[in-house]
Ligand binder design. Structure first.
Ligand SMILES: [Zn+2]
Length: 295
């Protein structure tokens, strides 16, 4: 799946302030079911994620459920519109596709934008009513916030910080095969930051819990929004300090040290896990090549 907006000038400016809806809008379209499940994106028959013009969007006969403003895309207003898939048929020139399966096909910027559309649309359905007093919420005029008019509680799109860590020991890296993986693949360790916990503490705790080892120095790498449903993945390297691998069998099937040049199946570089591994492999390769004696 690629994106019809594959312009060299692709530029997106996010905004929470909704302008007066004009006739000159683009839409990322999402399907919403009767139970407000909302994770399918409108694509064309070749699997291209599309951003429809106002006129194109209005030809779809499905019932419009919600619309939210996302920002400016190459100077044009970009909105996310949800359509009730249980109330009408989709024309044959379109299909619904989930975002997760498109991870390796979309550019990082387009993946992030589509993920933002999903998260903003879901946020509305998850916060139509106040979780404290049960009254309906309304949209704030300045923020991406739903506000309870009865008790003033505000609800922002939920973003959950989650650490992802590559444990390293010289030429070796520690990778695990998780129960949640759909195929045999070894990857980095990851876990949600708990309430009241710093991300560094989370890394040390999760590594200890999942594979029984202690880590020393931590080095931040980079982050990635992960809209399944709302994680912010914070990628780190962690130097091994002590301990033998003892796995937590409830989460992990197997964990091992692998030499950087003898790796098993690892995640794609479209993910932070894949990027952490690729980055470290590059580092070790450079170090070892530089240390090789000249002949
Ligand atoms: Zn309330």
């Amino acid at each position: 799946m690629s994106f019809r907006f594959d312009l060299a000038s692709f530029e997106f400016h996010a905004s929470a302030v909704t302008p007066v809806a004009s006739g000159n809008r683009r839409f990322i379209i999402l399907a919403v079911t009767e139970t407000f499940s909302c994770d399918q994106l409108l694509c064309d028959t070749s699997g291209l994620l599309i951003a429809l013009t106002n006129d194109e969007a209005n030809t779809l006969s499905l019932l419009i459920s919600t619309e939210q403003y996302l920002g400016l895309l190459d100077g044009e207003e970009l909105w996310v519109r949800t359509l009730r898939v249980d109330a009408g048929n989709l024309p044959e020139s379109y299909q619904w596709l989930g975002l997760r399966s498109q991870l390796e096909v979309l550019s990082p910027a387009h993946f992030q934008l589509a993920g933002r559309a999903l998260q903003i649309a879901r946020w509305f359905y998850d916060h139509r009513f106040c979780g404290r007093c049960g009254q309906p919420t309304t949209q704030d005029s300045l923020d991406f916030a739903r506000v309870c008019q009865h008790c003033s509680l505000r609800f922002y799109p939920r973003i959950s910080p989650c650490m992802i860590v590559l444990v390293t020991r010289g030429d070796e890296i520690l990778l695990a095969h998780h129960h949640r993986a759909s195929r045999v693949m070894y990857t980095t360790l990851a876990g949600f930051v708990e309430a009241g916990e710093g991300v560094e503490d989370c890394i040390r705790r999760e590594v200890r819990e999942e594979v029984g080892v202690e880590v020393g120095e931590l080095k931040y790498f980079q982050s990635q929004p992960w809209p399944f449903p709302g994680q912010l993945m914070l990628g780190f390297f962690a130097e091994f300090a002590a301990g033998d691998i003892v796995i937590d069998p409830t989460e992990i099937i197997d964990a091992k040290w692998f030499r950087y040049d003898e790796l098993p199946q690892v995640p794609a570089t479209a993910t932070v896990a894949g990027q952490l591994i690729a980055h470290y492999v590059g580092l070790r390769r450079t170090i070892n090549n530089n240390n090789r004696p000249n002949r």
